[in-house]
Design a protein around this ligand. Structure first.
Ligand code: H2U
Ligand code: ZN
Length: 342
């Protein structure tokens, strides 16, 4: 199952959502006249008086953050979803089939990873990352008791639309399954019904010794997936059966903290910069009794292609036809694997 040869144009299928990606490795050789930059400056300010996430500072709502010392979670002051707003829309759906709408309830929170303004996950200690993992687990269980889907995610870096360098992520919980989880639900369920195996566990078993592996420890595996669309996209998979982040035991959480540190430091080392990405967790939907086909996992979607400033754009053919990449997933994994996480 390799297509790493330099001029073998082909498509690959993402078994989690059924989408395809066009791989054109020969284009790696085309002339590049764009910018190539080495590294960018890192912030060293531990407390920024103008930051709305730093301890003791006021948020835009006027609410003061406590002088927190570890992680800190608060309800988003500008939530995209509301928990008890009466909407004009009926649930599940109403209206002309050509103009359907659906009422929706939800809850949005912000998670500060650390009181330190300048330390992204790559620069947190394992103990500090473990606190973030515990925090995610607590929030997933809490919001999962009320909502079907709990989306934990992080936008990192201005390039990914992050408004503030203070290390933080978000959680949006909703009483419906959004599009992407719905696709993963359908495809994992179909695989289970056909093979009586967990799709992602099969992939983890296979990829443990593949050229797409980036790193692994006793509990976790990081790969550039077969179907990666972003140049250095990775998939973080448990090497055991676990459905949701709150189900992780002590050992698995500890080694997850190590793995997250390893991956984010590899990313930073790749182009000598604070590596931007969007990442997030997918686990079994809550309030669903049959979830044997699910496996907890995290996706990392970084935009960078060649340097700290040269990014991949999903435009043109990607918008109108399907995703396309030049660098093969195997080549990307090789580059990430070769790095010493600094
Ligand atoms: P980003 O991670 O995408 O930058 O988002 C930060 C979130 O923090 C964003 O959803 C919220 C914004 O609504 N926020 C507050 O809740 N209070 C504030 O004072 C500023 C930002
Ligand atoms: Zn800050």
């Amino acid at each position: 199952m390799t297509h790493a040869s330099s001029d073998n144009v082909h498509r690959r299928r993402n078994p989690l959502n059924g989408r395809w990606v066009l791989v054109s490795p020969h284009r790696n050789a085309r002339p590049w006249r764009g910018e190539v930059s080495a590294s960018t400056a890192r912030s060293t300010v531990a407390h920024d008086p103008g930051c709305y996430l730093c301890p003791g500072n006021p948020r835009i709502s006027g609410i003061l953050n406590p002088r927190y010392e570890t992680t800190y979670v608060f309800d988003n002051d500008f939530p995209a979803l509301f928990s008890s707003r009466v909407t004009e829309h009926e649930t599940p759906s109403s209206g002309d089939p050509l103009f359907l709408s659906q009422g929706i309830e939800g809850h949005c929170r912000v998670v500060c990873y650390s009181p330190d303004h300048h330390r992204s996950m790559a620069r947190l200690s394992t103990v500090e990352i473990r606190r973030v993992v515990d925090c995610w687990a607590t929030e997933s269980a809490d919001l999962g008791a009320r909502y079907e889907w709990v989306q934990i995610f992080e936008n990192k870096g201005e390039m990914m639309g992050c408004s503030n360098p203070h290390p933080h992520g978000q959680i949006w919980a909703s009483n419906h399954l959004p599009d992407e989880p719905q696709l993963e639900e359908t495809h994992q369920k179909h695989y289970w019904d056909t093979h009586r195996q967990i799709l992602l566990s099969e992939i983890a078993r296979y990829e443990l010794n593949s050229e797409r592996k980036v790193s692994a420890n006793d509990h976790w595996l990081v790969i550039v997936p077969w179907w990666a669309t972003w140049p250095f996209e990775t998939l973080l998979l448990p090497r055991f059966d676990v459905k949701r982040i709150e189900d992780l035991g002590d050992d698995a959480r500890q080694s997850l903290a190590l793995m997250l540190g390893d991956l984010t430091r590899r990313y930073d080392a790749l182009f000598g910069c604070e590596f931007p990405y969007s990442m997030g967790w997918h686990g079994a939907p809550h309030r669903q009794s049959s979830v044997e086909h699910w496996l907890l996992h995290a996706h990392f979607y970084p935009p960078l292609l060649r340097s700290a400033t040269v990014r991949k754009f999903m435009v043109g053919y990607e918008m109108l036809a399907e995703a396309q990449r030049d660098l093969t997933p195997e080549q990307a994994a090789e580059q990430l694997r070769a790095l010493e996480p600094s």
